[in-house]
Write a protein that binds this ligand. Sequence first.
Ligand code: NDP
Length: 345
Amino acid sequence: SKVLVTGANGFVAAWVIRTLLEKGYKVRGTIRSEGKGVHLKKIFADHGDKFELIIVEDITKDGAFDEAIKGVDAIAHTASPFQLAADDPQELITPAVNGTVSILKSALTASTLKRFILLSSTAAVISLLPDPKPFTESDWNEQSIEDVKVNGKNANQVNKYCASKTLAEKAAWELYNANKAKLSWDLVVLNPPYIFGPIIHEVSSPAALNTSSGDWYNSVVRPDMGGKPLDQIALVGNAWIDIRDVALAHVLALQKEKAGGERLIILEGDFSYQDFIDAANALSPSPIPSHTDMPKGNPAAGKILKPIFPYDASKAPKLLGPELVYHTKEETTRDTLADFERRGW
Ligand code: NDP
């Protein structure tokens, strides 16, 4: 069967496509312009005509995806801006919400479609609470929407992104719930936190990395370049998941009947960047022999931190099945550093 993956040239989408192709699916990817497909065509050349690309110039336009969805059995919508330096929050919110609404509206008319996967985020789940309790799929990040509504351009940068993800996911459920009685397909939403791991999409230099990979690089490999004082790195953390597990979760979310209609938080656990620095220094032999100045930070300091965003993420493994075994920090660190080393970073 054939799956449409939007934003094909992104960090997450490239891995989703690779995993789908390896599992025998055909894939049609959307990109904004011809040039963004050159690298993808190269890395997926072995799959011949099982991989194709289609250009969707402006995802926010009504009907933008009408052509792209023709004949597909499933959709994974990942195209959405993830950056934390927007001035006007609408730079993030408009493409996130309108892109999601636009592709869902096209999907309403699709007859062959069986499943729609929306890549949301824990950004749409969490909020800063004085006394955090484990977040679950029933939580929504209303705080970010409120901040953006009240403060506009002066809202917290992270909240601007969180609001874009929350509003987009809410719009998706609203449209789906209003129409589901007459649909041939169901909606599955995946909510991962920070995603780390080796990269396969096109990136020319560390400075051009996607936000989560760039953050990991600037914290674990070259904190000197990221401008973060080493003694503070231990304190910067969140929850995380390996990119390959996110990709596999997409495939499982397509395959598992009972995942239909569900919102699923997928994550390995908490991290502080110090944990990854410790994991990197413990690797033997070093996966980055050319790197003689591997930072040490403040060894083990990350272990005593209480997570600011605790989760109960037990629902997803139950619905997605035993195939979903999350990578550990050690595995992700080893493979990511080996990838960076190969690139001479
Ligand atoms: P990337 O920046 O690598 O990929 C973003 C993708 O979305 C690119 O294909 C990009 O295309 C496309 N895109 C961005 N803005 C627009 C726009 N205005 N119109 C059309 N397409 C657009 O980031 P990720 O792969 O990390 O992000 C992909 C998805 O994963 C996002 O929905 C993000 O919210 C979600 N996510 C990511 C996490 C992470 O830690 N990385 C965590 C949780 C969720 P182009 O190159 O043309 O700009």
